[in-house]
Each structure stands twice: as C-alpha cells, then as structure tokens.
Ligand binder design. Structure first.
Ligand SMILES: CC(C)(COP(=O)(O)OP(=O)(O)OC[C@H]1O[C@@H](n2cnc3c(N)ncnc32)[C@H](O)[C@@H]1OP(=O)(O)O)[C@@H](O)C(=O)NCCC(=O)NCCS
Length: 157
C-alpha cells in the first residue's frame, strides 16, 4: 500500500477553510477561527490536528490530544496518553489507507491511545487493533470508548 506523509497542521486561514469540508466541523474549529481573527493566536500556530494532503487539498485529518497522567481514567498505572478525536477522511478519499496511516502515526508516538468510536465506526477501530473497554456510565457518559495499548501498558480494570 502507498505510504502517505502525515503533517502537523498549522492554524491559518487556509487550514480553517479546508476544515469546512469535513462533516465534523464545530466549536473547536470556530474557536480557532475566533482566536486567529482576534489575534489571540499567531498565524501558523501549531494545532492539535495532523493531516494528509492529496491533490493539493486536505484529504484526511485527525486530532491528537496528549492527556496528562493525572487525568487518566483508563490505563494502569495512570499514565500520559493520547486521545484521538475527529478522525475523518473526505468521502472521495476513503478506502485508500489514509485513515489507517493517520492511526499508524498516532501509534508511532508510543503512548496508549483512547478514542470514542462514533458513527458506527467500531469495526474500523477493531481492525486498527483497538479494543473496547468495559463501559462505565459515570466515566464514559454515552461514549463508546476504545483503546490501543502499546507493549507493557494495561487497562485499569
Ligand atoms: C472510518 C474512516 C476514518 C476510515 O478511513 P479510510 O481511509 O476509509 O480507511 P482505510 O482505507 O485506511 O482502511 C483501513 C482498513 O480498515 C477497513 N475499514 C475502513 N473503514 C471501515 C469500517 N467503517 N468498518 C470496517 N472496516 C473498515 C478497510 O477495509 C481497511 O482494511 P484492509 O486493510 O483489510 O483493506 C473513514 O471512513 C471516515 O472518515 N468515516 C467517517 C467519519 C468516522 O467514522 N470517523 C471515525 C470515528 S471518530
């Protein structure tokens, strides 16, 4: 399969324009736009998003937040980990390995990963080597949490 270049996305007007093509567009993107317009952040500041460009446009993106160990509620012992949000490949680029390449990038950072399998994407996460966690209503509050464990990492329960 073709190998794709995964890039850290910079916050600028071009990136924010690209984001409007994605289905999952909401407060995080609007707040970046507000911050840019109000000069609260500099043009080309680093964002938590990574992406793959095809044909000169952003074709796939993923948001990766590093969560500090003190907020960890999934792993044992409590440890720094990544949370994946907003993994999305534009419809015309699906089925070409872009989603897998973004998840592989997240795994290459070497920390456990937690995500919320939205929009019936559970089979995709299983294919990526993620496992569902025991559902805890107080902690998970309607999410479908899936995790990926690097060697040596364990689930909390
Ligand atoms: C889910 C999504 C990110 C997958 O991206 P993609 O680039 O199309 O997936 P890939 O081409 O990298 O697929 C990698 C493997 O997963 C499989 N796969 C992809 N989507 C799948 C799905 N919904 N269910 C089961 N398997 C799936 C592929 O068949 C492929 O398997 P193979 O290597 O055996 O051929 C993409 O379909 C998407 O953006 N969906 C809408 C948003 C979404 O659901 N986001 C995830 C939840 S937050």
């Amino acid at each position: 399969m073709e190998s794709y270049q995964v890039e850290r996305l910079k916050i600028n007007y071009k990136t924010l324009e690209e984001f409007t093509k994605f289905h999952e567009y909401g407060l995080p993107e609007l707040s970046m736009l507000d911050d840019l317009q109000a000069n609260m952040i500099e043009n080309d500041s680093l964002s938590p998003f990574y992406g793959i460009y095809r044909d000169g446009q952003l074709a796939a993106r993923i948001s990766l937040y590093r969560v500090d160990a003190k907020y960890d509620r999934y792993f044992h012992p409590a440890q720094d980990h990544y949370e994946i949000w907003k993994l999305e490949v534009l419809p015309q680029y699906r089925g070409q390995g872009l989603g897998q390449a973004l998840v592989a990038y997240a795994k290459s950072l070497g920390l456990p990963i937690k995500t919320n399998a939205r929009r019936r994407s559970d089979p995709f996460w299983v294919k990526m080597g993620f496992v569902p966690v025991h559902y805890d209503p107080a902690r998970d509050r309607g999410e479908s949490p899936y995790v990926w464990l690097p060697a040596g990492a364990e689930l909390r329960d």
